[in-house]
Every structure is written in structure tokens, then in C-alpha cells.
Design a protein around this ligand. Sequence first.
Ligand SMILES: [Zn+2]
Length: 300
Amino acid sequence: MGNNGSKVAAIVMQRIMEQLEAGVVPWHKPWKAGLAQNFVSGRPYTGINQLLLGSSDYELPYWLTWNQTDELNAQLKYTWPIHVRKGERHTKIVYMGKWKIDQENSKTGELEEKTLNLLRYYRVWNVDQIEGLHQHERIVQWTTQAGEFKPDKCCETTLKNYPKPQPTFKHAGSRACYNILDDLIKVPARHTFDTVSSYYATAFHEYGHSTGHKDRCNRDMGMMDEEYSFEELVAEICSAMLCAQCRIDNEREIKNTAAYIEHWKKHLVNDPRVLLKASRLAQQGFEYILEGKKPEVRDG
Ligand SMILES: [Zn+2]
């Protein structure tokens, strides 16, 4: 890896480390809906870029380069120029570029064309950081679809009545996560979910995590960076309980929960108490959300 490559790799690692240090696990519960994509081409970013952009704080998943704002200006000719708002910080993404060079063949002495792969980086801005795009059809469409989401009354009431102080809740990025240090929940925009119930099941899962906070049920959250950590099982069961409470159709979510439990089976064979313990802790979280009841003794 050349100099530039190590620099790019360092940027990526730094970003991941920052997120881990902030208590966010960037690859935690990836969500297919609302994939980060280029605003102009509509093409979703792939691999590491999805990870870098998907965990952002912006609700809309659209990103563009500085040059693309110029291109849009030339193309759309709006009365007011489209531009990155002053002081807005860029986000770096990486890209594998091809570089053609002529190289002498040591045996024949002839020049041969050789293609090198070079890791490079780009600066992009979220549409939210850009002035003048509100009338663009893509943004108008987003706003319209967002307005069409039909909230579930019971689920909304449940979340509204979550005991205070509540965790901060934000619609952002394309990944759902709970950040314990900031007591912050991030869930992708509501209308980007396939169904209303999958939105609430996801939100409930993250709210389930939030009950583990020391000021609430004070649960040992363990390592939240393992996809199938014990805490995941707790949050998943807690979500299933909340879905059931509101009678939302959560067949698919139950399947998810089952997948978790399936994975846990091998542990359960050795120690069937694991599931009992997870359910007990999930139940505590569930009761905390509904009644503000904290467990008397710290349990697990
Ligand atoms: Zn989780």
C-alpha cells in the first residue's frame, strides 16, 4: 500500500475508532433501507463508504461532491445558486481508482501498459449541508414520502411515555444504533423502512438497549460490538415484547428474534439459563419503559 493508501486506510480506521470510542458500533444492525447514495447518480455507495456515511447524523441519505454542486448549478439554473453552506465540514469517503502506467518489461525491454489500483479519497457533503436544493425533485419526493408514514398510536404513546430523562432520539443515517455514552438513539428515517412494524421493531430494539444505562436498569452491557452478544439478545427480546404489547404485526421481527435465539442455541444447550436470564433482563427493560420500574438488585 502506497503512501496515499496508508493515509486513506488511516482515515477509515480513525473514523471507526472514533465511533467505537463514542460507544457506537458502526457495523451494528445494518439497515438496507435508506442506503447512503450519491445525490446526482442515485447510486448507493458500497463497502466501507456505506459504513462511513450510513452512521452519519443526517436524516437524508444523499451525498454529493463540491464539483457536483457546480454541475447541478449549470444543469438546473435555479434562481439561487446551489452551494455548500459556509462552515459545513466535509466527510471523507474512499474510492479505488485505476491508474495506468507504462512499464518496461525487464525481459523484452518493451513498454507495456500496466494498471495499478490506488486507494484515494473524496470529500462529500450531505444534502442537508447544501443550500438551494429544497425544490429539487429528489428532496421533494423524500419529504412527501416522509409525510405519508402512518404512525402507530400505541407505539408512539409508548415512546412518548418512556420515563424521563429519555435517551435522545434522532432520525439519521442508514443504521440503527444506541450510543451509551451520549445516551443517544439513531434510527433511519421512518419511511425508509419496508413496513411500519419493522420501523417500530427497530426503534424498540434500540430503546431496549437504552434501558441498560446505569441510570435505568443498570445492566452489564458487555461488549456491544459482537453481533450476537448477550446484550443483543436482551434488546431483541425487549423489542419483541414491546411489539407484542402494541399488537403490531411483527411476524418478521419475531423471525429475527428467532434467528438470534437460533444462534444462541449452542450456548443454550450448555447452559439453558442463558435464555432465561436474557428474557428476565429484557422483561426488566420492558417494565422500565412502560412503568419506570427499576430492578431492585443489579442482575447481570
Ligand atoms: Zn442491538
